[in-house]
Write a protein that binds this ligand. Structure first.
Ligand code: 13P
Length: 251
């Protein structure tokens, strides 16, 4: 049952963080080891340039590291890209794939996102597969159908295993300070669970479904209490150790 899933709080630093940001991680590590023991697994996904440093710095305090994207191929002539194996080699255990910023900016399709998720699994990483509707899609009543289609296209056939994570991030809630109403989050997460269980059976029951989009210290507790919300994917509020720790503590 979903009740037994240990929640996961993941911070997506996006394109923020020079080497000095590893200090901020030191502050998070201090809070996590001196405060109440977190009831969630904690992952930080920094820019690739400091992934290795973040993985090392976080290791002693239970903070796991993740990448923000990977190429579907294992290696080859792909200038500027990073393979899942390289992320794993740098210390990552997770990787975000199909974030809406990448879907929008680089035209990433469900098919490509699925290939990236498969590459991640092949390299021993747990993919955090992002889905979510635009504001126009929500306004026209299509949100659940859009997300169900994204799940069908983006989640690999082995999606009920390997610690695959799904993140529901309504595009219009990202970085805007706006969030869906709790009933809307509940309805979407229940729908995602139903889709996963229909496709993967028992495996679909244990897939973590994260909520992302303007999650912050002020709203984390109520969002994380919603059924089938098994954690959060946090952008802006993950950049400040104090705010991120408050969200972690809200579990
Ligand atoms: P914000 O928390 O800044 O809205 O970003 C959410 C997000 O995109 C996490 O991947």
């Amino acid at each position: 049952m979903t009740r037994t899933i240990t929640p996961l709080i993941a911070g997506n630093w996006k394109m923020n963080g020079l080497r000095s940001a590893v200090e901020e991680l030191g502050e998070l590590a201090r809070l996590m080891t001196t405060g109440d023991a977190p009831r969630a697994m904690v992952v930080v996904c920094p820019p690739a340039t400091i992934l290795h440093a973040v993985a090392n710095r976080g290791a002693t305090s239970g903070i796991l590291a993740g990448g923000q994207d990977c190429h579907p191929a294992a290696s080859g002539a792909h200038t500027g890209d990073i393979s899942a194996a390289m992320l794993a080699d740098a210390g990552a255990q997770y990787v975000i794939v199909g974030h809406s910023e990448r879907r929008a900016t680089y035209g990433e399709t469900d098919e490509l996102v699925r290939a990236k998720a498969e590459a991640a699994i092949g390299a021993g990483l747990r993919p955090i597969i992002c889905v979510g509707e635009t504001e126009a899609e929500r306004d026209s009543g299509e949100a659940e159908a859009v997300v169900a289609a994204q799940l069908a296209g983006s989640v690999p056939e082995s999606g009920g295993e390997h610690g695959v994570v799904v993140a529901y991030e309504p595009v219009w809630a990202i970085g805007t300070g706006r969030t869906p109403r709790n009933e809307e989050i509940a309805a979407m997460h229940n729908r995602i669970r139903a889709v996963l269980v229909e496709r993967f059976g028992d495996g679909g029951e244990s897939v973590r479904i994260l909520y992302g989009g303007s999650m912050k210290p002020q709203n984390a507790r109520e969002i994380l209490a919603i059924e089938n919300v098994n954690g959060g994917l946090v952008g802006g509020a993950s950049l400040l150790a104090k705010d991120f720790y408050t969200i972690i503590s809200a579990v």
